[in-house]
Design a protein around this ligand. Structure first.
Ligand code: SF4
Length: 383
């Protein structure tokens, strides 16, 4: 039976204050609830020992702390990456990926030590249909609520007992298609969960209107764009969204974003052999990336054969070619990071998120989804 009690997870401090006042409690109780839920990861009122038994019982009668329920986690033996599978209140499932410091990354950043990143999902499935992405094969189910998004972070902290330093909105779904919930989630993570705005990255496949909206709202979180080609025709083949918002419109929005926020951004690139890795492709990318301060993440491509049995026709450019491209970009004074794979052995790597098949109806796209896989917005594990 559906729980009819008010779900407090996802509410702001002000909303919690209104809630407690409505049940006859002083306003500071709202602040206490906010702190317990977002800073101390409380999943029930029972642990909120400074609230008083009587108040906790009344809370229990009228409210709940919802959010996704962690059903299982699987850790990569190879690199320590962990995939977390969550069940939502309506039975839908989503996944997050917990990524430890990338000790195997040759160009690790100075602040990489101690970094623990959670890649969160923002939608169940995804309506976009990027050719290289496993999540795309699931189709779109629904948007996640703020509580379901923030709840992934809180549950991951409870599970590991560790501080999550970075959050990337790069799991299943296109975050900017769930704009309000995603932005509220970033606010809750900053104000409640103690994660700095500069350690939160929202990644988009290229939603032009929402990039401009982020600029207008002067959002302090970081922006990443899944680019994958600086050539319109090629990008349209890889990412159908490009047929709606082509590169001229996308770059206008990116320039607008930079003018308004003075923040640079990250471009995510997967180089496919013979598709987008030619010298001409690289020249186009250099010209595009120079338009505003940016860095380029070169990320690996992982097999998605488990969700697309027919496979994706292209394969990753050879590592020697990736190294050449990185050198060429650096030679053009661009900041480049070449990412190694994380979590590929547990299908938690970029592009591999396609969900636990047991919860998905068979048939259609989802029918092909393999159990214990998971979906992802195909971006970097670190930005
Ligand atoms: S890469 Fe991101 S936007 Fe594209 S289909 Fe996958 S989840 Fe959706």
């Amino acid at each position: 039976m559906t729980d009819k009690r008010t779900d407090l997870l996802g509410k702001t401090k002000e909303e919690l204050t209104s809630f407690v006042r409505a049940i006859g409690e002083p306003a500071y109780r709202g602040t206490q609830l906010f702190h317990w839920m977002y800073a101390r990861d409380a999943a029930s009122f029972g642990v909120m020992t400074d609230l008083g038994k009587e108040f906790r019982s009344r809370l229990d009668a009228s409210a709940q702390i919802g959010g996704p329920v962690l059903r299982k986690s699987r850790r990569s033996e190879r690199d320590g990456t962990a995939k977390l599978l969550f069940t939502l209140a309506d039975g839908m499932e989503v996944e997050s990926v917990l990524i430890p410091p990338s000790s195997s990354v040759p160009d690790r950043d100075a602040d990489d030590e101690g970094r623990l990143t959670l890649c969160v999902s923002t939608q169940a499935g995804c309506p976009l249909d990027c050719a290289f992405c496993a999540t795309a094969t699931m189709g779109f189910r629904r948007n996640l609520t703020p509580g379901e998004i923030v709840g992934q972070v809180l549950a991951a902290r409870r599970e590991t007992g560790k501080k999550i330093t970075n959050v990337v909105f790069m799991g299943m779904g296109e975050p900017l298609l769930n704009y309000d919930a995603v932005m509220r989630s970033t606010e809750l993570l900053i104000a409640g969960a103690g994660i700095a705005a500069r350690r939160i990255t929202v990644s988009t496949a290229g939603r032009v209107k929402e990039i401009r909206r982020m600029a207008d709202e002067n959002r302090k979180v970081k922006l990443a764009v899944s680019l994958h080609s600086a050539v319109d025709e090629t990008r349209s083949l890889l990412m159908p969204i490009n047929r709606k918002f082509g590169l001229p419109a996308l770059m206008d929005a990116v320039e607008y974003y930079y003018r308004k926020t003075k923040q640079g951004l990250t471009y995510e690139m997967i180089f496919f052999q013979g598709v987008n890795d030619t010298p001409a492709d690289v020249r186009r990318l250099i010209a595009l990336a120079r338009r505003v301060p940016s860095k380029i993440n070169i990320i690996p491509f992982h097999s998605i054969a488990f969700t697309r049995p027919e496979g994706f026709a292209a394969s990753l450019a050879p590592s020697a070619r990736l190294a050449e491209i990185a050198d060429e970009l650096r030679g053009a004074h661009l900041t480049v990071m070449v990412r190694t794979s994380a979590g590929e052995d547990i299908e938690a790597a970029c592009g591999q998120l396609a969900l636990g098949g047991e919860a998905l109806p068979r048939g259609g796209h989802a029918g092909a989804a393999r159990q214990a896989g998971r979906g992802t917005h195909t971006h970097s594990t670190k930005v």
